[in-house]
Design a protein around this ligand. Sequence first.
Ligand code: NAD
Length: 352
Amino acid sequence: MKRFFITGGAGFIGGNFILNLMKSNPEIVVNYDKLTYAGNLDTLSSVENDPNYIFVQGDICDREKLTQLFESHKIDCVVHFAAESHVDRSIDSPGDFIQTNVVGTFELLEAARWYIGEKKIPRKDFRFLHVSTDEVYGSLGETGLFTEETPYAPNSPYAASKASSDHLVRSYHKTFGLPVLTTNCSNNYGPYQFPEKLLPLMINNALNGQSLPIYGDGKQVRDWLFVEDHCKAILEVLGKGEIGQVYNIGGHNEKANLEVVHTLCEILDELVPDSKFRPHKNLIQYVTDRPGHDRRYAIDASKIQNQLGWKPQESFETGLRKTVLWYLDNKDWVSRVMSGAYQGERLGLTKP
Ligand code: NAD
């Protein structure tokens, strides 16, 4: 695979993926992104002048534009990140999630189906990798892990829209033979994450002496994965994954939200010794829980580990330290998001 079409490449994971991918000298990388509030081209400033990188602003619901781009750039690999991705927003405004995550994925699949049919591209020479989430599986009790066979039981409009897109992707393989791969990954964290998600929000609030809002009792458990490990897993699945298969990706790092924030506060206390907000844990404040908040997610990643040889390189402690250092070293990136300069408007972000 040498000619990539990346949807949602201006977002958190897509941006990290492109920065990694550019190091492997691909023939072409087309970053196709609508630039919603979550799309930030600042992330890609280091590659924007690379002759093998092209940014195209567009909506995945625009099938005609997609097919034109597949043809003109002779695409052989689609990696589909574009989505509405924030659970809180899916509660406030579910329609956007259905439009992008369900209808958009359908249009992208149709565009790919038309393109490989029209151009008679052999299945072995094309890949459509759909990036999905562990949230499609619902919530676990105290024990157990999500495997690729766990029945779907999405609990938020976000999770339901991702589950729908997963089913569409599967059906395009079963019905039309489209060479698809699906990955379901746990919570990511790392550089370039939009500061509405838990970790960047907490880092930013703590550095500014603002409260650190914890939903409910803070005992919701997530399986945390450093974003670069996720990007490497996607490359392994693209290179070695079996067409039509699903691969769960997780970090073996189950942590309750409260524990995550406590660890973060300790790292900040150490790395910012002259902060007037030390100890940062004093900024923690409990707020009303999110409706339908899943209690526990945990991934069984043994399939990708045993079959493709992938395993995460970062522990939660090393990954979190790298993440905090990145936010400390890149205050401009954060302040351009917070001021709205990256998009020309001001956003009032306060919720986790
Ligand atoms: P993000 O919200 O940071 O980025 C999404 C990107 O998609 C943005 O650049 C946005 O502009 C773009 N986009 C949105 N609607 C679009 C449309 N209609 N057409 C074209 N572009 C559009 O998301 P993220 O955290 O980087 O997640 C990327 C993917 O990974 C998503 O599919 C998400 O479901 C999945 N995922 C995320 C996590 C996580 O922890 N963040 C975990 C597992 C899976």
